[in-house]
Design a protein around this ligand. Structure first.
Ligand code: TNX
Length: 539
């Protein structure tokens, strides 16, 4: 019986192989509906033709639009290594009728909103239009995912023709805030690592990078008026390693790189708890006037700024001012979590003053859900991570919410009991748990209108390298992207896991160290091709 089975299987595979070879010219399939784009687009209509991208391709963009010019340059740069094509970018004042055409000519298309786009692929042209350059950038990511995984190769594949199936995609984000957080304090990560992280966010249409820049174990950004923060407070990390910090130029470089990828950086200075690194750098920030020792362990809740001292508010003012000057985005995150060593009334007073300082530098406040105990209002955002009551209280005071439930959205939580990296305090978060939740269904009394979006934090007590970052984020990160982008009624784990499984070759070509979850049907691209051929036959 077994022999029978094996030989049947062999016969089946050989037939498929011959069949595939004889169909080579048709590669890839021409059915746009068979895409495995993440996040899943709002609507896809296939027209069953093929667009051919070769070395003569030109990328056109609306003349006079500097943002689109940048998008065009970005796309040409994206295609360059793997195709080897030096693709020309050209300004145009009208639809050229062929090539790749990036345009904000969808001005009146209100359904798309600022982040939405329409991608129309015909045999002659790939046209990406959106009311806003952000949407065009997202359309570019969709095109990228429609191309084979090889497109991510850093080396010239020498492939002469690249194909896209024809049709129309109209697509827009469900939430305006789609973020990930990187804790650069517990372990420090240099500019290049942060840039790779930004690359991954861009691929999945995230638009926010939240940087957790200070904590007990390290202060990670240069502050000119308080130089010892970075010099001393940044000199170590969890486990006693070297640590490090961003100079102002480093931080600017990150912010600019993020902006080039249509991502806004949110800086966080966690206060009044999680401040040991600052308390070790300046004795006057402590109530007893004595500097603390640097800390390289992983406990939380033991440190607090001395909320009675005026010098503490001068410190907060200087820090907020210097960082805000370098931050084009509208937000400043003041942390506010786990201030277990701060008296409740002191905490409330501190947060209220910190809010005023942030507002005085033209920024809006975000804080972890505990800040709802202070006088938050409709200008503020509360980041839900632990306590439903806090989030609800924030909403009752008029604040809006970012959803980062630690039971689903924490990328530092282990996948299963065998995961070597990560923590377990919030349970375990397999890839299905990471995906299967609805921001609106989390807290009774918090409605869609109260929620600006979702964010997946990566805390780094156990994370030491880019490889570690990748292992914990992949493959959960694409799922968070889909929760933020795709309407809940359009999302199903059973469908998502198949699309995720089809990213295998892309992850591998990108050299991403990912967790091969047994819940995901990982597929090689040639098998996908065979499957899609089969599907084509049946239909
Ligand atoms: C809780 S989430 C924290 C962090 C830790 C994290 C570890 C939050 C606002 N505070 O300080 O790094 O748990 O998962």
């Amino acid at each position: 019986m077994n022999i029978m089975k094996t030989s049947l299987k062999f016969l089946f595979v050989s037939v498929l192989a011959v069949y595939t070879m004889s169909c080579e010219e048709q590669y890839p399939p021409t059915n746009l509906a068979n895409n495995h784009i993440i996040p899943k687009p709002a609507s896809v209509v296939a027209t069953h033709g093929t667009f051919v991208l070769d070395k003569d391709a030109v990328i056109f963009y609306d003349s006079g639009n500097e943002d689109l010019k940048k998008n065009a340059g970005y796309l040409a740069g994206l295609l360059r290594p793997s195709t080897g094509f030096v693709i020309e970018t050209k300004a145009t004042s009208q639809n050229p009728g062929d090539g790749i055409y990036l345009t904000t000519g969808a001005d009146k298309d209100s359904l798309l909103g600022e982040g939405g786009y329409e991608l129309v692929i015909s045999e002659k042209q790939v046209k990406i239009s959106s009311p806003h350059p952000d949407g065009v950038f997202y359309g570019i990511q969709t095109v990228r995912q429609l191309l084979p995984a090889d497109i991510e190769s850093k080396d010239d594949t020498t492939r002469e023709k690249w194909f896209l199936p024809t049709g129309r995609i109209r697509d827009w984000p469900e939430y305006q805030h789609r973020g990930a957080m990187l804790d650069v304090s517990r372990h420090f990560f240099g500019v290049e690592t942060v840039k790779r992280f930004i690359d991954y966010l861009a691929l999945y249409k995230f638009n926010v990078l939240h940087l957790h820049l200070s904590d007990d174990q390290g202060w990670r950004i240069e502050i000119e008026s308080w130089p010892n923060l970075a010099r001393h407070g940044g000199s170590t990390e969890v486990g006693g390693g070297e640590g490090g910090y961003y100079t102002k130029d480093d931080y600017k470089e990150i912010v600019e790189y993020a902006a080039d990828h249509h991502i806004t950086v949110i800086p966080e200075i966690d206060m009044p708890g999680h401040t040991n690194a600052a308390l070790a750098s300046y004795p006057e920030l402590n109530c007893d006037g004595k500097a603390r020792e640097l800390y390289t362990g992983t406990k939380v809740g033991f440190s607090t700024l001395c909320t009675d001292k005026e010098i503490v508010y001068e410190f907060v003012d200087d820090v907020v001012r210097e960082i805000s000057e370098l931050t084009p985005g509208p937000w400043f995150h003041i942390g506010g979590d786990e201030s277990h060593s701060t008296d409740h009334d002191d905490y409330v007073r501190f947060v209220n003053r910190a809010r005023e300082i942030v507002n005085s530098y033209g920024k809006k406040v975000i804080g972890w859900d505990e800040i709802a105990h202070a006088d938050v209002n409709s200008e503020d955002v509360v980041q839900f991570w632990a306590r439903e009551n806090n989030a609800l209280q924030g909403v009752k005071k008029g604040a809006r919410v970012i959803m980062s439930p630690s039971s689903h959205a924490y990328m530092d939580i282990k996948y299963d009991s065998t995961t070597v990296l990560g923590l377990t305090w919030a349970g375990l978060t397999e890839v299905d748990d990471a995906y299967n939740w609805d921001p609106v269904a989390l807290v009774d009394g918090i409605e869609k209108i109260d929620i600006i979006g979702v964010e997946a934090p990566l805390w780094t007590e156990t994370i030491e390298s880019l490889d570690d970052i990748e292992y914990m984020t992949f493959p959960r990160l694409p799922g968070y992207a889909e929760i933020g982008w795709t309407a809940t009624e359009n999302r199903f784990w059973e469908d998502y896991k198949v699309r995720l499984g089809k990213q295998k070759e892309r992850f591998e070509t990108m050299d991403v160290n990912y967790y091969k979850s047994p819940l995901v049907p990982w597929q090689d691209e040639e098998d996908i091709f065979i499957d899609e051929q089969k599907e084509g036959e049946v239909k």
